[in-house]
Write a protein that binds this ligand. Sequence first.
Ligand code: ADE
Length: 255
Amino acid sequence: MRIDVLTLFPEVCEPFFDGSILGRARRAGSVTIACHNFRDFTTDTHRKVDDRPFGGGPGMVLMCQPVFDAVEAVEKLDLLPATRILLTPQGERLSQNMVRRLVELPRLLLIAGHYEGFDERIRIGLSPLEISIGDYVLSGGEAAAMVLTDAVVRLLPGALGDETSAHEESFSSWPLDPANQNESDDMASSAALLEYPQYTRPRDYKGMSVPDVLMSGDHARIKAWRREEALRRTRTRRPDLIPSPRKDDFDDDRR
Ligand code: ADE
């Protein structure tokens, strides 16, 4: 997979893309990540990339020319077809399901704005997907581009050391019926649950001990316990994640 990030602050993004799992995935060749500065594409003699909004108002607006030219030039750097993504609080909210769809694509072109916003013709002319990472306003799209990249790259095959660790984490699909262990994507029989509690050594810490079942070595019991804990946690913290047609199934468990 290839990810290009267009930004006014590549120096903010680069170190993040070099660390931890992202850095390892890059070095292993699972992903190519390249940052590009809009300013390198401006035709303005003063390297200007933004201007005051027509009609008045506060702040500055990112201009069309550097963005259109940067997108055109960067897309030409590779034959892989790019999916354009504009990071904006007005976009569709990023979710684990969306991340799972994005990781299937060969190439993402992330457009991170700064200042008060973009000239509307960037949206109209480039027809990007528009993605928000949450209902709050950041001072720029860089942090959102980093969040999206991290969430996508860690799902690439081999990016996580342990292949199974992306399967049982929060928002992964769990069968709601313990008899149905073949985890399907059918929302009636599975749900994206929060992750079960994890423990490591020591067995006792400041009077808090590890649940006995985890020390039992009985893998079937451990699996059942984890499923129950994931359900319990999801019910109390994020009941909205549990699909409503099967909600009644849980009422018996609610003690
Ligand atoms: N740019 C500014 N705020 C943002 C947000 N919440 N999500 C994505 N991009 C943004």
